[in-house]
Design a binder for this molecule. Sequence first.
Ligand SMILES: NC(=O)c1ccc[n+]([C@@H]2O[C@H](COP(=O)([O-])OP(=O)(O)OC[C@H]3O[C@@H](n4cnc5c(N)ncnc54)[C@H](OP(=O)(O)O)[C@@H]3O)[C@@H](O)[C@H]2O)c1
Length: 305
Amino acid sequence: MPTPTRLGWIGTGRMGYAMAERLAKGGCDIAVWNRTAEKAQPLTQHGAKVARALPELARKDVVFCMVSTWDDVKEVMGKLLSASERPKMVVECSSISLEGSAELRQMLSRENVQYLAAPVSGNAKVIKAGKLTFVVSGPKSAYETARPFLDMMGAGSSYVGEGELARIAKICHNVHLGVVIQSLCEITVLAEKAGMPRHAFLDFLNKSVMGSMFTRYKTPALVNLDFHVTFTPKLLRKDLDLGLDAGREFEVPMPLTSLTRDLLQQMIGHGLTEEDFSTLLLMQAKASGIELEPENKEVGDGLSS
Ligand SMILES: NC(=O)c1ccc[n+]([C@@H]2O[C@H](COP(=O)([O-])OP(=O)(O)OC[C@H]3O[C@@H](n4cnc5c(N)ncnc54)[C@H](OP(=O)(O)O)[C@@H]3O)[C@@H](O)[C@H]2O)c1
């Protein structure tokens, strides 16, 4: 077990909680802080300590961060650096822009704190199933130090190089996620309108070469219309915007991303903001002139054993 490194954890939302839980259950020495303190409290049953104030984490060796946007990361990092001590390393896992990540690298390097950009792929259920993956950039030696902890949180990490490269990889990944969910919703509604049950169509798709961990774990939502949130439409919109910004910066046309972003915006405009991003299915059904009903079928998500 990779101890006695002292870990700090900022942000116990849907993702951060499940990630910190794996480290605590794995026996790590970990102190967690969340803006809404009560959300972090249940982690104490697995041996985590709850920090009363964020600057307390500055005395830890490695501090992980999993909040929402770059503005939020900047805010919490400012509080961390307001302490008199400094952690040796920060591992930032939120999905943020290249520019934000570069600014954070400068902030931390001024303070002699090593920094890894380490965004992730997978939702909270994926984390529980031990299948979360990381894409990491920054100094290779820092990566080697952090790697055992990344391994404890999931199915491994891919080191892609120095600087903010991991941010671009994650942005590309989430652009793909947005385009794929929209396509999946379109073909599922087409199949249904043509006369087949959604579960039958998705059973075929999932067993085919086009099936993936993603299409499988979204199947229960699409079949039974269980839109319990895993990832909010607004967070997905943020990632598509990051993709479009990067496309502009590197002069890469992204027509599918633009269209998907607009479809998502339409959905947000219709007030569908609090449920899962896969409510794109309902928008697609509406645009196709049909009303969907839950099929109430027991379908696997490919994650639960
Ligand atoms: N959900 C997914 O499937 C998924 C997958 C991959 C990556 N991501 C990325 O992971 C990050 C977290 O996503 P999530 O789904 O876990 O979001 P979430 O459930 O909304 O959690 C957000 C966390 O950030 C904290 N936070 C936000 N603004 C803050 C601020 N200004 N100061 C302090 N704390 C702040 C929240 O604290 P409170 O509890 O006090 O609100 C909460 O702990 C995002 O960047 C997202 O894009 C999500």
